[in-house]
Design a binder for this molecule. Structure first.
Ligand SMILES: Cc1cc2nc3c(=O)[nH]c(=O)nc-3n(C[C@H](O)[C@H](O)[C@H](O)COP(=O)(O)OP(=O)(O)OC[C@H]3O[C@@H](n4cnc5c(N)ncnc54)[C@H](O)[C@@H]3O)c2cc1C
Length: 406
């Protein structure tokens, strides 16, 4: 039982893709997410017989991992209508946000590789498109034990430079330092998008960007992180001790170029998060709506009580506002990849994550005691949603930064 669907104007082909994503996300991701969430040890989430791998394998077997990679490299970028693309991302967030982020972050590194003309990067993107067994997993390593929000708002302070430093020696960079335990897919990734310091005298302004395989000598991993929400999402640190990286992997060796594209990166990451968490808000609303129609108290379904109707309608209004804002921003930014609206992307990320947290919390209230029980999905949805307000930048820090783009 769900409210009326008013999403129309989707082509037949895109509708078929959306059906495929809906089936995969509900039959495989939702079920796996519930199982993985219950595991008390994060090591079990990534064990070789874990359902986590079924999710990654099926995602790649279905070819969903190639959605942002250009056709000439084997990808399927541009095949779906913009609205259908947004609805697919929303559906991933609806089913399990932690797993959706694991899949999205993984694909992100190879999508980024496809943007660089170096033959090795083009080949990396091609290999990823051909990988139907999830042998290649990407991650995005930026946060460090001593630098979280600094990456977002303190980039002009020289004392806030990255602690992972890369020093060029001949044809190789020598890397030392650590990326924090918050790196998504950190202990399972085979490849990383890695932010490093190239010129420590320029602080955050002196950074470069590398895309590297993580099996190089001198690279090790920390323990998988144990946390409150999005427990199916593996996270862990990456440690560099005199790691030797061939020069060709430093895809952005010029800090000024990096700074020029900072807004694009912020818009891209926040744009995706905005859609995913609008999906999670919808999922929590649907659970509460369904329950309210079925649960009898005072001799009638609780939906008949005015307070429940009022709560549901407010949850619905906020969810629809989050979905509409995320969608409007995403469609504009999809059409304007070089000059996206950072302010709209950050506004949508913050609004969606806060809406998902509010709606999931109200869903718990509507389910009463059952809302707190593991048997029902809403307590997990609440934990997953709350995590989003810190993920990929604390909302507070993001809002301060995004104001500069108004
Ligand atoms: C689920 C999840 C997934 C993540 N995935 C990744 C990933 O894939 N890769 C990766 O590299 N990182 C990842 N992160 C890390 C994430 O980006 C950081 O947690 C985030 O940027 C905040 O950094 P921090 O935790 O160090 O908090 P801090 O920066 O220490 O902030 C603590 C508090 O202080 C406030 N604050 C800090 N500085 C300022 C300031 N200058 N002005 C005002 N207020 C300030 C913040 O708003 C916050 O409330 C992930 C985090 C989560 C929760």
């Amino acid at each position: 039982m769900t409210p009326q669907n008013i999403d129309s104007n989707i082509s037949k082909d895109s509708e078929a893709m959306l059906d495929l994503v809906t089936k995969f996300s509900m039959d495989i991701m939702r079920k796996a997410g519930i199982e993985l969430d219950k595991m008390s040890k994060p090591e079990d989430v990534i064990a070789s017989d874990s359902v986590l791998w079924d999710v990654h394998r099926k995602y790649q077997e279905l070819g969903l991992h190639t959605a942002r990679i250009p056709k000439h490299l084997g990808g399927t970028a541009g095949e779906a209508d913009p609205l259908a693309s947004v609805l697919m991302i929303e559906q991933f967030g609806y089913s399990d946000t932690g797993l959706a982020i694991s899949l999205g972050v993984s694909a992100g590194t190879f999508h980024l590789a496809s943007q660089f003309p170096h033959p090795d990067m083009q080949q990396l993107a091609r290999d990823y498109c051909e990988d139907k067994e999830a042998k290649m997993i990407g991650c995005w390593a930026i946060t460090e034990p001593d630098h979280g929000s600094d990456w977002v708002i303190a980039e002009s302070y020289p004392q806030c430079g990255p602690s992972v430093k890369a020093v060029l020696k001949g044809d190789e960079y020598i890397l030392n330092g650590e990326k924090s335990a918050w790196v998504s897919n950190g202990t399972i990734a085979t490849h990383a998008t890695l932010h490093v310091s190239l010129d420590p005298s320029r602080g955050m302004q002196g950074q470069g960007l590398a895309i590297i395989p993580l099996n190089l000598p001198g690279i090790s991993r920390g323990k998988p992180l144990d946390k409150m929400g999005q427990r199916p999402l593996n996270q862990g640190s990456i440690i560099f001790e005199d790691a030797v990286i061939p020069k060709k992997y430093m895809v952005v060796p010029i800090p000024d170029f990096m700074n020029a594209t900072f807004g694009q990166g912020l818009a891209d990451v926040n744009g995706g998060m905005a859609i995913l968490f609008a999906g999670l808000a919808r999922a929590a609303f649907d659970e509460a709506f369904r329950y309210a129609k079925e649960r009898i108290q005072g001799g009638v379904p609780i939906f008949e009580h005015a307070t429940i109707k009022h709560k549901l309608m407010k949850m619905f209004a906020m969810t629809e506002a989050a979905r509409a804002g995320a969608r409007r921003m995403a469609i504009y930014n999809l059409k304007n990849p070089v000059s996206p609206s950072v302010a709209h992307a950050v506004a949508a990320k913050c609004f969606s994550t806060e809406t998902a947290t509010f709606v999931a919390s109200e869903a718990i209230q509507i389910l009463g005691g059952y809302g707190l029980a593991k048997e029902y999905p809403v307590e997990k949805m609440f934990r997953d949603a709350r995590t989003g307000m810190i993920e990929d930048g604390c909302n507070d820090a993001l809002l301060i930064k995004a104001a500069e783009f108004l």
